[in-house]
Design a protein around this ligand. Structure first.
Ligand SMILES: Cc1ncc(COP(=O)(O)O)c(C=O)c1O
Length: 382
């Protein structure tokens, strides 16, 4: 799709890159099924847009954070298995059952609310029990799992379809001690179920980094987010991959972020630029005013730090990032005009700016750079 002329900024989603990344993960995962983690507006890439591409790629599982995200997908007509990874408010149980959403559970209150909803709707509630293996976020500790499972027996309308867990320290290190400890705890949890004679058909704990590095964590489903968008979970993951003698996946970034120049202006030497007068020109300077700001997800910490691409060349951001604007120095880029395209993330000519580069400048991770791109900005599949 070509950008509508009336847009001042847009996000481009590269379908070939997405399919390529799906194929890379499928190659790695072998028989293990792939869940596309599309929470947080598909990591800023657009929930429905990415769900559409994932459907085309034949992905059968979607992971979302909230009831709302799950229902949005159902209303849009998606029939895949959808697992709510986040917290389901008790009052949302009926909507979840009605919407055929799988729910992550780790307390008796949620299980009982789902049982009531299932009885009322006369259809089973499907749940995945989250096991606390060491992240200390959501989950039931292995020591309490037996009593939870025995309690769940009183609610035959709730079907325990899966067990899941999530790694705490897999992206931040090249050390595998903690993932191994968590994996061991997960295996213990599966043993508890087995000893109670409970079959757990779907078992999953791999995120992108685990899918890249640890085949022993695959089980029969892997929840992959960042990697499908063509971004590495971290530099450590890439280093670990090399240290283990594994062939790194060839990931291709899916997202590009573009805008139109809203004004080209010349200012004299010694002029201040933007709020707080944090930048002062050292020569007669040409500025491009770009209608993107921190409201759009262009982090304020990129003030006087990042660059954008104009006509394939780097234009340094001058002054502070405003709510809706940034100014970039185009003095050394000839023939820039009003409404020329600016690249905030992505390639232009032979240069590029990546989410990882912006993350390094902003003191954060690529996940945050992409997920915080304002959902109101149109996502165009190209
Ligand atoms: C529960 C859960 N599973 C899977 C993922 C996907 O992780 P990644 O994007 O690193 O693949 C996340 C991401 O935060 C998550 O919270």
């Amino acid at each position: 799709m070509k950008p509508d002329n009336k847009l001042v900024q847009w996000v481009e989603i590269n379908r070939r890159a997405f399919f390529h990344n799906v194929a890379e993960f499928r190659k790695r995962l072998g028989k293990t099924e792939l869940m596309a983690v599309i929470k947080a507006n598909a990591y800023g890439h657009g929930l429905k847009e990415i769900a559409g591409l994932a459907e085309e790629a034949g992905i059968g599982w979607f992971g979302v954070h909230s009831l709302e995200e799950g229902l949005t997908l159902r209303q849009a007509g998606f029939r895949q298995k959808i697992l709510v990874l986040g917290y389901l408010p008790l009052a949302g149980a009926e909507d979840a059952v009605q919407g055929d959403l799988r729910v992550t559970v780790y307390n008796s209150e949620t299980l009982e609310a789902l049982a009531r909803a299932a009885r009322k709707m006369k259809r089973p509630a499907l749940v995945h029990v989250k096991i606390e293996t060491g992240t200390n976020r959501q989950g039931i500790p292995v020591g309490k799992l037996g009593s939870f499972l025995r309690m769940s027996h009183k609610h035959p309308e709730v079907l325990i379809e899966g067990f899941s867990s999530h790694f705490a320290n897999i992206e931040d290190t090249t050390d595998d001690i903690y993932p191994k400890y968590q994996l061991n705890n997960f295996l213990q949890a599966l043993k508890v179920a087995e000893e109670l004679g409970i079959k757990i058909p779907v078992r999953h704990m791999s995120c992108s980094a685990a899918a890249i590095l640890f085949p022993e964590t695959y089980f029969n489903l892997a929840r992959v987010g960042i990697g499908l968008y063509g971004l590495w979970p971290s530099r450590e993951t890439l280093v670990s991959c090399r240290l283990r003698g594994q062939q790194p996946l060839k990931l291709k970034p899916v997202l590009g972020w573009k805008a139109k120049i809203a004004q080209v202006k010349s200012v004299p030497r010694g002029a201040y630029v933007g709020y707080g007068c944090t930048y002062r020109t050292t020569r007669p300077t040409k500025l491009a005013v770009i209608p993107v700001g921190y409201y759009d997800g262009y982090d304020r910490s990129l003030s006087n730090a990042a660059y954008v691409l104009v006509k394939g060349k780097r234009a340094q951001v001058r002054g502070r990032v405003c709510m809706d604007f940034i100014m970039a120095d185009i003095t050394d880029i000839p023939d820039v005009s009003l409404e020329d395209t600016v690249t905030l993330i992505g390639s232009d000519g032979r240069d590029k700016i990546t989410a990882d580069q912006l993350a390094a400048l902003a003191g954060t991770i690529n996940y945050e750079i992409v997920t915080r791109i304002n959902p109101f900005i149109p996502r165009l599949i190209v």
